[in-house]
Ligand binder design. Sequence first.
Ligand code: MN
Length: 427
Amino acid sequence: MDFESRRQKILDKMEKNSIAVLYSGIEHHVSADEYDLFTAQANRNFFYLTGLRRDNMVLLMDKCVEPERTMLFIEEADPLMERWYGRKVTEEEAIEISGIDDVKFIDEFESTMDMLMTREDVYTAYFDTYRHQKADLPDYNLVKANEFRQDYPSVTLKNLFPLVAEERMQKDDDEIKLIKDAIELTKQGLNNVMANLKPGMKEYQAQADFEYVVRRGGAEWTAFPTIAGSGVNGTMLHYDTNRETIEDGTLLLLDLGARIDGYNSDITRTYPANGKFTERQKAVYDIVLAANRKIVETAKPGMTTKELNKVCQDVLSEGLIKLGLIKEPAEISKYYMHGVSHHLGIDVHDVTVDFNKKLRPGAVISDEPGLYIDEWGIGIRIEDDVLITEDGAVCLSEDIIRTTDEIEEYMLRYRRKLDTCCQAMRQ
Ligand SMILES: [Mn+2]
């Protein structure tokens, strides 16, 4: 990965006489002496610009001097702490991974900042002040930005987030390769779900069939909590309790993905519990499939995800009118209530600077129409990951089978006798 050119692009966008300060973050405390796994929490912009996902690091870019300076601060290794908590990144490794030559230890950070603020003309400071919603605890970078504001009230504070997000919206070849690898593992995991699926199983057992394969195959973990909703649970968009029995005759909706080296896949497939779709399920399924295919055919640079969603709504409403479920296109919101696309990358719902921003080549977006018909106990979503190219789009997950014929054929051929499958312990 070319982290140096990524940082240069940010430096080019920064104002003259400015600095940028970006923290990797600190571990989230859970309870007693338990902390969340840090790799999943590291500030994603920090990771994007350095390739590092360890806690207690700072990237400092200084555009007040000629030539510009980039420094990285890391924790110093302490053999006793490492015995308990694992190895830290060494200076050599940090230089090697990030390509930053000027690496110092974190206890020098305060004095370095102090000197810089005293000796240089800093008019503007960029911090990552992103906030998802006010109800959340503020992110570490926001806490640090507020401290800085207190210490240096006359320096203009600006948000680094959109400068980095704008770059992250176009993936380079290295990033696309990792997303493809994550998709390939997701495919293997889904094949294992189909091979083991049968009525009477618990939803979490189908989840386990997926997660075993992707972890075994080298995924660092799943991209997000696996959704395995059978029957009416498939109509709940973020259902992830996964504790119900998969009944005969129902569909199982699986929204899931593997994560490799920080990059995510995000795929949804909907399978019949007993290996055969009913006529009604098939009728609804084929409407969703038509919308899914239409999006990848239509998507191209210059369009917005909003426009794509309109295309999706048109296909879905036409289908539901034919089925007699609705009379007017506007009624589609009763059965389809989310957007068809989001960006995908280091974040599953990857960063965007502007919802109305036109797609550019290199963008990776989801293609995920769905229909959620509570009264029939049918929830169907088909989600693929799509790369925007110079003149159109390609489906990166084309190889993950999706037609009802393909799915039925696969399940008929590969479904195992499950006598050896471990029994569910609890509801
Ligand atoms: Mn998605």
